[in-house]
Design a protein around this ligand. Structure first.
Ligand code: C2E
Ligand code: CA
Ligand code: CA
Ligand code: CA
Length: 279
């Protein structure tokens, strides 16, 4: 029985073992976790800054290990990528998201959409597009309700492969978001090649948006760039009312962050949604 608090940051990596041992132990546990369905899906809303409506949410993987408590995705996703476990995780998350969309439909929330994070590894996996499309088809979900998020850095580092996969997914009806945007310092020439519908402005820019005019100007540039390219914008990691207000003034479309809501179990998300709907 697990007596540790989930907030306690104990992990495999705190143990006195060499790195390879730790990584092997983690990967074995992760393989089992996938089989035993220890992985969970939490959701964080993206709030429309104009209307306050929240009918869109990002799915974030959560792993509660029976002995070690909560292990953060920042810790196990990179290990999963190195050991061929990332596609199973993506497929698991996509199934979960489809199931949740079906559930929302049954509860009358047909306008709900959701986003799934994609790893750069998928750019190189033959048939990755087909596998993702098949899942959504088999679950009878309209692909336009699912957005795939890829980081700007990953997409630009692997431009040709990324463009190929993202175009295939877009052709199938999905939308694409460029995640952690602004951190890659990518040239506009590259960015224009990437098929994307949404820009997610990285949290590091939002953090300083109230204190630095220069940063505010940079965010404004990103929003204008997106606008010109016909893309939507999301401000990531919004933690204060002031940040939300400035983003709204600058014309950013959506805000995501602890100020609005932390990632939560979908049962809690529904409550929030219905409160907003009634308001
Ligand atoms: P990300 O895709 O950039 O996700 C946003 C992260 O920022 C999440 O951390 C979220 O909980 C956190 N966050 C959101 N709002 C705030 C805020 O206001 N303040 C602060 N301090 N943090 C905020 P999380 O869930 O720990 O995920 C970390 C990263 O792990 C994600 O970054 C993503 O790159 C990766 N990840 C998470 N779930 C998945 C998944 O299902 N598949 C893949 N491939 N990667 C995932
Ligand atoms: Ca993301
Ligand atoms: Ca992000
Ligand atoms: Ca990130």
């Amino acid at each position: 029985r697990n007596t540790r608090k989930h907030t306690e940051p104990l992990s495999f990596f705190d143990r006195e073992k060499d790195d390879i041992d730790r990584e092997n132990q983690l990967i074995q546990a992760l393989g089992r976790a996938l089989k035993e369905k220890e992985l969970q899906t939490h959701y964080q809303v993206k709030v429309c800054l104009q209307t306050g409506s929240a009918d869109d949410a990002e799915a974030l993987v959560r792993w509660y290990h029976p002995d070690y408590g909560m292990i953060s995705p920042g810790e196990f996703i990179p290990v999963a990528e190195r050991h061929g476990l990332i596609m199973p995780i993506t497929e698991y998350m996509l199934y979960e998201v489809c199931r949740q969309l079906q559930k929302w439909d049954q509860e009358g929330m047909r306008s709900m959409k959701a986003a799934v994070n994609l790893s750069a590894r998928h750019f190189h996996l033959v048939g990755a597009n087909r596998r993702l499309i098949n899942i959504v088809e088999s679950m009878h979900i309209d692909p336009s309700r699912i957005e795939f998020e890829v980081t700007e850095t990953a997409a630009v580092a692997d431009l040709d492969q990324a463009v190929r996969l993202l175009e295939e997914l877009r052709r199938a009806g999905f939308t694409i978001a460029l995640d952690d945007f602004g951190t890659g310092l990518s040239s506009l020439t590259y960015l224009q090649k990437l098929p994307a519908d949404t820009l997610k402005i990285d949290k590091s820019f939002i953090d300083t948006i109230t204190s630095s005019e220069k940063n505010q100007a940079v965010v404004k540039l990103m929003i204008d760039f997106a606008e010109n390219a016909g893309m939507k914008t999301v401000g990531e990691g919004v933690e204060t009312k002031e940040q939300a207000e400035i983003l709204t003034e600058l014309g950013c479309h959506y805000g995501q962050g602890y100020f609005f809501q932390k990632p939560v179990h979908p049962s809690q998300l529904q409550t929030l949604f219905s409160i907003r709907q009634q308001a």
